[in-house]
Design a protein around this ligand. Structure first.
Ligand code: ZN
Length: 240
């Protein structure tokens, strides 16, 4: 452990009143949720398609049952529990320090930990909307069904997650930008920042407390005021 870095992080948090957290898949892996892109080869054998192919709009529309087989097996983790990272971020929000969590994850774990302002760039598996009438179905309807889940109106139910080939929600993007612009401290955790739109969003931060917490290096390390290469849950547990 690098004590100086942890002391700096503590000081940053103490000096800040508008912290924004931006998190990626690494935040969830500590709850036992693997990045769905991992182990590509295994999927190719079982499903004949790569995860990226399956989690796309065109695949959902043309192979809906196969999509749902993958969705239930690999994207639904409804028994997963929040880890230390989620819990500490919720505590920072309750203390009035943190104003928003922006996440690329779709697993709802920040809300389970008690976070209120959560901006889900890629949607959530907890919302499932009829493509015809828009009725929202509980995730248990999805996990408890087989094949294609249908609305009582006859429409296909689609998870409210952003598939490849689909656009991000403009309202979520704009609110995320607003928070990043207003932030006095931006913590980025559990992402190598390779995935759109992470890199673009971060450029809107104007403060001087940009903290990157990730197990491996990222292309933004040079730009950051503080870089800690470790588990996000462990780091936040040390300082919050
Ligand atoms: Zn319907």
């Amino acid at each position: 452990m690098d004590n100086n870095k942890y002391e700096s992080l503590k000081q940053y948090i103490s000096d800040s009143n508008y912290i924004v957290f931006f998190g990626g898949a690494g935040v969830s892996t500590e709850s036992g949720i693997p990045d769905f892109r991992s182990a590509d080869g295994i999927y190719m054998q079982k499903y004949k398609y790569s995860p990226e192919q399956i989690v796309s709009r065109s695949f959902f529309m043309s192979n809906t049952a196969a999509y749902y087989e993958f969705h239930r097996a690999r994207l639904l983790h409804i028994d997963a529990a929040p880890n230390a990272a989620h819990i500490k971020l919720a505590e920072l929000e309750k203390a009035g320090k943190l104003k928003a969590v922006i996440t690329q994850n779709i697993d709802g774990l920040h809300q389970k930990a008690g976070s209120v302002k959560v901006l889900e760039l890629h949607g959530s598996v907890y919302r499932n909307l009829c493509m015809e009438c828009g009725l929202d179905y509980d995730v248990k309807i999805i996990s408890g069904s087989e094949g294609i889940p249908y609305c009582k109106c006859g429409g296909i139910i689609k998870p409210d997650i952003v598939l490849f080939e689909e656009a991000l929600d403009n309202e979520v993007i704009n609110e995320s930008l607003m928070h990043i612009k207003n932030a006095d401290m931006l913590i980025i955790g559990g992402t190598s920042l390779g995935v759109y739109p992470a890199a673009g969003l971060i450029n809107y931060y104007r403060g001087n407390k940009l903290v990157l917490i990730n197990k491996s290096a990222t292309p933004f390390d040079e730009q950051a005021n503080l870089v800690i290469n470790d588990s996000i849950g462990k780091v936040l547990s040390e300082v919050v």
